[in-house]
Design a protein around this ligand. Structure first.
Ligand code: HEM
Length: 383
């Protein structure tokens, strides 16, 4: 997929989906063309590239502090009550996505005489609920919200106020884009930030809560590397076991089990197979990560397999979790920072144990291997 990208970089969408995504005005679904290159460049420059991630670092630090302090508050109220990991993580990561995209964690907005709750607007119940695989298409309420936010932002720019966010950047820099295209691009960053990051972090915390020995090993590694300090992004390169926990979770619980369909536009060969032009291919990441020919005991969650010399900690292709080639995930850097630092902090600060009956709850739902049942765990603050 990396070497053949020029012949398999286009995503195929039906005519209906093309219309609904305003002729594929979203980085993840657009064809591999000038629009895609321009939109991905904007996204990397303003939010997801390494310089942009440095500028947004304070949002990530605030998010992780908020998560930790909310767990502490819940434990003070009732130390024995199981905590719902997802409820807290999801609201914080949505807040982070909104700050990066819109400049603030917009909670509600006044549109045509109504006050609309922002997240309720995004996930408004409508026809998408009958077609769960189309959940990612923005709805009318979101378009109304975005129109109101765009008007607000234009007024701010006209008055000379500087806001470091994607919407403001697109309005000032992307003069060739229509309002509808800007709406889609901004919406994309909010919709794509949360799901896969939540899925990976929740499964990692489930596995660590189930396995006190491995949890202790991770805690000991952080004591050695960070001492009494809170784990930070700059520590990640020294935390080999944390990296192994991350990759093993991506392998066992592939957050994107299938790479979205690619259309092959010239005859090519992949993995020894001849693929004629016009074919559609779906790469089965889950299948590959569960293949006994590639992995010993693939059903087992075993981070130690990534401590082996043969795995390079910087190799992003070992589980193919972020895809590959020109269409590889644009958000992998943000995902690594958020997921690894969150796991590290939560294990530094609390001992995790699964709530009774939790171990068996391993069913998944949706396109992203999300846990069907949110993780409930018993937490004990560490000394
Ligand atoms: C653990 C977290 C994540 C995983 C496992 C993941 C996985 C993937 C995969 C498999 C693809 C398709 C790659 C391909 O076709 O080869 C993709 C594309 C993409 N992802 Fe992620 N993703 C994650 C987090 C994020 C985040 C936080 C963002 C931020 C908004 C993001 C934005 C995107 C975008 C924009 C694309 C489309 C890239 C393109 O078509 O050029 N992802 N991701």
């Amino acid at each position: 997929m990396v070497t053949r990208f020029s012949s398999i970089s286009t995503k195929n969408l039906s005519n209906a989906l093309k219309t609904l995504t305003i002729d594929k005005s979203v980085v993840a679904t657009s064809d591999y063309n000038e629009f895609h290159k321009m939109a991905k460049r904007f996204l990397l420059r303003n939010i997801l590239g390494s310089n942009a991630q440095r500028r947004h670092r304070h949002h990530r630090e605030t998010m992780i502090e908020n998560i930790s302090s909310q767990f502490h508050v819940l434990l003070k109220e009732d130390p024995l009550r199981p905590v719902n990991f997802r409820e807290i993580f999801e609201s914080e990561i949505n807040g982070l996505a909104k700050k990066q995209a819109l400049g603030e964690d917009v909670q509600s907005i006044y549109v045509e005489g109504l006050v609309i709750d922002m997240m309720a607007g995004i996930i408004e119940v409508d026809w998408r609920d009958f077609f769960p695989y189309l959940k990612w298409i923005p709805n009318k309420a979101f378009e109304m919200i975005m129109n109101a936010l765009i008007e607000e932002q234009i007024k701010r720019i006209d008055s000379g106020e500087e806001v470091n966010c994607y919407l403001s950047y697109l309005l000032s820099e992307a003069k060739t884009l229509t309002k509808e295209q800007i709406t889609m691009l901004v919406w994309e960053t909010i919709a794509e930030s949360a799901d896969t990051t939540l899925v990976t972090t929740e499964w990692a915390m489930y596995q660590l809560a189930k396995d006190p020995t491995r949890q202790d090993r991770l805690y000991d590694e952080m004591r050695k590397v960070c001492g009494c300090n809170k784990v930070k992004e700059e520590n990640l390169s020294q935390l080999r076991y944390l990296d192994a926990v991350f990759h093993e979770t991506l392998r066992k619980h592939s957050p994107t089990p299938l790479v979205p369909l690619r259309r092959v536009h010239e005859n090519t060969q992949i993995g020894g197979y001849y693929i004629p032009a016009g074919s559609e291919i779906a790469v089965n990441i889950y299948g590959r990560n569960m293949d006994k020919n590639h992995w010993d005991n693939p059903e087992e969650w075993n981070p130690e397999r990534f401590m082996d010399e043969k795995y390079d900690p910087l190799d992003m292709y070992k589980t193919m979790a972020f895809g590959a080639g020109k269409r590889a995930c644009a958000g992998s850097l943000q995902a690594i920072f958020l997921i690894c630092v969150t796991i590290g902090r939560l294990v530094q600060e609390f001992e995790w144990r699964l709530n009774d009956g939790e171990e068996e709850k391993v069913d998944t739902v949706g396109l992203t291997s999300q846990k069907l049942h949110p993780l409930f765990a018993i937490l004990k603050p560490r000394e």
